[in-house]
Design a binder for this molecule. Structure first.
Ligand code: DX5
Ligand code: ZN
Length: 226
């Protein structure tokens, strides 16, 4: 996984057909997706449940690009090894998920994955202070985590701008997660984000049998940022 700041579109399989993840992933990758975003929810840290490491391992062979695993679970530490073994390239944990995020980030890199740190909309950007040398990605949540299809929270654009300044020359991706559309994407791209997660805005109107809309949706987001 090489580092660059070019805009990358990461479809979230939260909006895909849950009975057909393998083919859905192959369809969005064939339609220009840059990364595949995998939302893991536990019904405790967030009010929704998705799936765990076994599903991640099962979909891994279908991913040719980057498997970007977003853990919305607490506790996190007991499961890091399992998600790394499932083949996650990036494992992102929430700063709000426990008292020992520093240890969690160490454990993610120790397990051989890139370390991501996610911030809920109500969390101060300064919470990444003292952690920037331990992370490969910071995810700014632009909705409250738990569900796809929510409205983009505009106050987070300023957070992205501050974060971009704090990061400076460090090779750290800024990821945006939630409510990304061709209307909101340019706001965060201009503020310094490079990885744009999009669930409903990518999968709407298409299917495995009719994947062309996936490509149109991905290219519309990308074009809006250039
Ligand atoms: C929300 C998830 C997101 C979600 C985004 O908790 O972390 O990845 O799938 O969905 P949209 O793009 O529909 O807001
Ligand atoms: Zn996510």
């Amino acid at each position: 996984m090489s580092f660059d700041r070019a805009i990358k579109i990461a479809p979230s399989i939260l909006s895909a057909d849950f009975a057909n993840f393998g083919q859905e992933i192959e369809a969005v990758e064939a339609e220009d997706a840059d990364w595949i975003h995998v939302d893991v929810m536990d019904g405790h840290f967030v009010p929704n449940i998705t799936f765990g490491p076994a599903t991640c391992a099962a979909i891994r062979p279908h991913i040719k690009t980057v498997m970007d695993v977003h853990l919305m679970i607490a506790p996190v530490d007991p499961y890091i090894e399992a998600f790394a073994e499932a083949g996650a390239d990036v494992i992102t944990a929430h700063v709000e998920a426990g008292p020992h995020i520093h240890r969690t980030l160490q454990a993610i890199r120790g397990a051989g994955a890139k370390a991501g740190l996610a911030l809920n909309p109500g969390t101060q950007v300064e919470s990444v202070d003292y952690l920037l040398d331990m992370v490969d990605l910071v995810c700014v949540m632009t909705v409250n985590p738990g569900f796809g299809g929510q409205k983009f929270i505009h106050s987070q654009v300023e957070k992205v701008r501050k974060l971009r300044a704090m990061i400076g020359d460090r090779p750290i991706h800024i990821e945006i997660d939630g409510g990304v559309t061709p209307e909101t994407a340019p706001l965060v791209a201009e503020a310094g984000a490079d990885v744009l997660v999009a669930g409903s805005a990518v999968f709407k109107g298409g299917s495995v049998a009719n994947p062309a809309p996936y490509g149109e949706n991905i290219r519309a987001i990308r074009a809006a940022c250039s």
